[in-house]
Design a protein around this ligand. Structure first.
Ligand SMILES: Cc1ncc(COP(=O)(O)O)c(C=O)c1O
Length: 406
């Protein structure tokens, strides 16, 4: 039966141990017992299905994979020890001599480092394009492209990529399109329905939702996931059973948490927009976002990440961070607890000033991962933290310049 996604997230891939416990068991085992030598041989060769060793598969991990696949309405999913392990596995699976990767510029920084550095040194050409510029995607994707990769909306600048259009461009040249959907989850965006071939999640973000685990998952057609399973078997970047169990439980409430976090984020974005202390507010849910119409057409929600700029460059931004009492200074996203980051000195600190400038990561930019606290408390915390900033003037005045550290 084809259940509603909320039901699928709660009921898909339930399994019970001999005690009839209602909750799925945590299969804390590395090995599995075979019925006979012939049974072992059949399972090792793949002639019969069944668990062999937990680097290859594990019942609790498999339940998590099946649940995610149901939520993304995909044939299959493969869990990994992290989002990065899932991303690198794609390159390991599909890159062969002479092939290239086309990747949008503002993806998670380590994604680009992995492609450029670790595959670039093997002679793989990595073509970096502007997420929002279809002409650049068109020019970069060719018959040698193994896969195109985008993260939409991007983090923290919330640029939106046109999934359907880029999927068409990729398919016309025989390439795959992979989309990092960590920021929105299947509840707010389903890239496979828009033509993408693979969806990647850093599952320790909204899927876990409580900041407890590092995990990743790739989702798509069985023939593609079989390639990734092959990579997993040799790299061993397998998700542990305990982490898979935590994720299974969290998926059951993901619809409620995504609705609550994005409702909080929209209210905060609107409130910041009206504040004289915020120079610019970046959130795809605001009608003023330059790509709001595209976001509306392919997203069913806007997630919990809000970017904003404050007067005073780095000094102004740091003064806000250091004055907060409730919101945590932490660089992850997707926790019940709201977190703030100054990207220029943390997540993007390894880029040169010129690269940061090109990427739009200014010293005045702050990223808020909006959690599930009461939104009035979050507003009060920010209000007090921003009280010392000068009111924003449309043009930079002397005070603005005096505060800027560059
Ligand atoms: C959007 C996005 N994709 C991928 C990753 C990498 O995932 P992980 O940290 O699970 O390796 C992150 C990590 O922060 C991320 O924010």
């Amino acid at each position: 039966m084809d259940y509603h996604p909320y039901t699928a997230a709660i009921r898909t891939a339930q399994f019970h141990d001999l005690s009839d416990a209602h909750c799925e068991p945590v299969a804390m085992t590395s090995a599995y017992v075979f019925k006979s030598a012939a049974d072992a041989a059949r399972k090792f060769s793949g002639a019969a299905s069944g668990h062999v060793y937990s680097r290859f598969s594990n019942p609790t991990v498999q339940a998590f994979e099946r649940r995610i696949a149901a939520m993304e309405r995909a044939e299959a999913a493969v869990a990994f020890a992290s989002g990065m392990a899932a991303i690198v596995a794609m390159a390991q699976a599909w890159i062969t001599l002479g092939r290239n990767i086309v990747c949008s510029r503002d993806v998670f920084g380590t994604t680009l480092t992995a492609f450029r550095h670790h595959f670039g040194k093997l002679g793989v050409e990595v073509r970096v394009v502007d997420l929002t510029d279809l002409a650049q995607w068109h020019a970069a994707i060719d018959d040698r492209t193994a896969f195109a990769f985008m993260e939409t909306p991007s983090n923290p600048l919330q640029h939106v990529g046109d999934i359907e259009a880029v999927a068409r461009l990729a398919h016309a040249r025989g390439a795959l399109l992979a989309v990092d959907n960590s920021l929105l989850t299947p509840y707010q965006q389903r890239p496979l329905d828009l033509g993408a071939d693979v969806v990647i999640h850093s599952a320790g973000k909204y899927m876990d939702g409580h900041g407890r685990v590092v995990a990743g998952v790739a989702v798509g057609a069985e023939r593609l996931m079989a390639d990734l399973r092959g990579v997993l078997r040799v790299t061993g970047a397998a998700l542990g059973a305990m982490d898979a169990w935590l994720l299974l439980k969290s998926l059951e409430t993901l619809h409620l948490r995504m609705a609550a976090t994005s409702a909080n984020a929209l209210q905060l974005a609107r409130w910041l927009k009206a504040s004289p202390k915020a120079v610019d507010v970046i959130y795809t849910g605001l009608a003023t976002h330059p790509q709001h119409a595209l976001a509306v057409s392919q997203q069913s929600g806007y997630g919990g990440v809000v970017g904003f700029r404050v007067p005073g460059g780095r000094l102004g931004a740091w003064s806000v961070v250091d004055s907060l009492r409730l919101i945590s200074i932490a660089t992850s996203i997707g926790d019940t607890r709201s977190m703030i980051t100054h990207p220029a000195s943390t997540t993007h600190g390894k880029l040169s000033a010129a690269e940061r400038g090109q990427a739009g990561i200014g010293e005045d930019l702050l990223r808020l991962s909006v959690g599930l606290e009461n939104v009035s408390d979050l507003m009060e915390d920010l209000d007090l933290a921003m009280a010392g900033l000068p009111d924003h003037e449309p043009a930079a005045g002397p005070l603005h310049d005096a505060l800027a550290l560059g």
